[in-house]
Design a binder for this molecule. Structure first.
Ligand SMILES: [Mn+2]
Length: 424
């Protein structure tokens, strides 16, 4: 299933007059309009291969219809998203859920959809079929050298798949931890993890990076061996320049000030990238911006400020990726909503009057500082984001086009009502 350019153009034509009025209204007040539009058009967010199917809850999985049955079909789904929003030009693979058997043909298929491959993700949180050495008590931190070696070799294999696809980063998330006091010696667990990561680091090609993700709890409930950004940064600093910290928005205890973490990681040159999602209580993996869009804006405000301070290119100097799962919504609709929410927060951050904010901070004008941030946040930037999509060849209203042309119905027709994508 592909959406043709004329279908998107047809829909845009119907909406054009109304859009133009709304765009001109906001554009009149944007000081650096051309710069903002260029940045919005350049900004893309990678789609993870595991987000195209209906994810499970702890208690069960309710498949939607027309889920992708293969890596090829997952690429087609990301292609659909990108055709609509022109903001999702890459796919992040999870090994072994999505092993590219024939890298050349997978790359060619992706290129047909104007897609490339983002970071590859390893998996040492599940035992694979017939696996002799179990990850039940951890992987890279395991007390048994044989288990550690097995996990290291898996990561090196994932790098090899990534090299074939033109990817240049390995993303490592470990479930390693403990559920009961006394179960682990924390120092030994950390040292084992560091040694294992060092072996993986040594296997990285020259232009590659390793991104170290952290998470405070779950699946284990007493300790996690890489539990927070401090532990991740400690490892990244010990490993070297190719290692840095990956921030997953859902991997913090409630009310953590994530924007402050982002600011300091950027200051240290150690912010690798982002896994976007939203949450109310824990690692809920909800649609980005569905629960706390203001926090997302505050994070983007620090990202823009911190990247500008280091002269970084917003679109490409950090890895931007969604990491969410869906058990209620159509995954493609959910992803369209997530990308839209990210671009809105980014657009709002670009509108912050930075000079005025610096002046307010220097004079301790707390009221003014709040006004400046909230003025940007309360600006309806949707016409700006839509205009950027239009100029890039996408749809003014991606979700409406998706529904208008009954894409899911076509996918069910092609793939069937009862299909299950690989993943959790
Ligand atoms: Mn993640």
């Amino acid at each position: 299933m592909r959406l043709e350019k004329y279908q998107i153009a047809e829909s845009n034509e119907q909406l054009r007059a109304k859009h133009q009025r709304q765009f001109e209204y906001i554009a009149a007040d944007v000081k650096n309009l051309d710069d903002v539009m260029q940045k919005l058009m350049a900004f893309n967010i990678a789609i993870p291969s595991w987000a195209l199917g209906t994810g499970g809850t702890r208690f069960g999985r309710f498949s939607g219809g027309g889920e992708p049955r293969s890596l090829e079909e997952k690429i087609e789904d990301v292609g659909l998203i990108h055709a609509l929003n022109k903001s999702s030009n890459s796919i992040s693979l999870h090994i072994p859920w999505d092993i590219p058997e024939n890298a050349a043909s997978i790359k060619a298929l992706a290129a047909q959809h104007e897609l490339r491959f983002d970071a590859v993700n390893s998996n040492t949180f599940q035992d694979q079929k017939d696996q002799q050495l179990s990850y039940k008590f951890g992987s890279l931190h395991h007390g048994d050298k044989g288990v550690r070696r097995h996990a290291v070799e898996h990561n090196i294999e994932v790098i090899k798949y990534g090299v074939e696809l033109g990817s240049n980063a390995l993303s490592v998330w470990l479930a390693d931890g403990s559920s009961f006091p006394g179960q682990l010696n924390f120092r030994n667990a950390f040292q084992n993890t560091l040694e294992s990561l060092q072996e993986i680091y040594d296997a990285l090609p020259d232009n590659w990076k390793v991104w170290i993700e952290y998470k405070p709890y779950e699946p284990y409930f007493y300790s996690t061996t890489i539990g927070d950004w401090g532990q991740s940064l400690l490892l990244a600093n010990k490993l070297g320049a190719k290692a840095s910290t990956l921030v997953d928005l859902g991997h913090h205890l409630p009310n953590t000030n994530i924007e402050q973490i982002v600011s300091l990681l950027l200051m240290e040159g150690k912010l690798a990238g982002f896994h976007f999602n939203d949450s109310k209580y824990g690692d809920d993996d909800l649609t980005v911006g569905s629960i706390n869009p203001y926090q997302l804006f505050l994070i983007f405000n620090e990202l823009v400020e911190g990247m500008d301070a280091r002269g970084m290119t917003h679109a490409t100097d950090i890895g931007w990726m969604i990491d969410a799962s869906h058990n209620l919504k159509d995954p493609i609709e959910d992803l369209l909503q997530s990308v839209e929410a990210i671009k809105m927060a980014y657009a709002q951050a670009l509108l912050v009057d930075k000079e005025a904010l610096v002046a307010a901070q220097q004079s301790n004008d707390v009221t003014k500082a709040q006004e400046i941030l909230q003025h940007a946040y309360r600006t309806d930037v949707r016409p700006l984001v839509a205009e950027a999509r239009l100029r890039a060849g996408g749809a003014l209203q991606p979700l409406e086009v998706y529904r208008q042309f009954e894409v899911r119905k076509s996918l069910i027709g092609e793939r069937g009502e009862k299909t299950v994508a690989t993943g959790l």
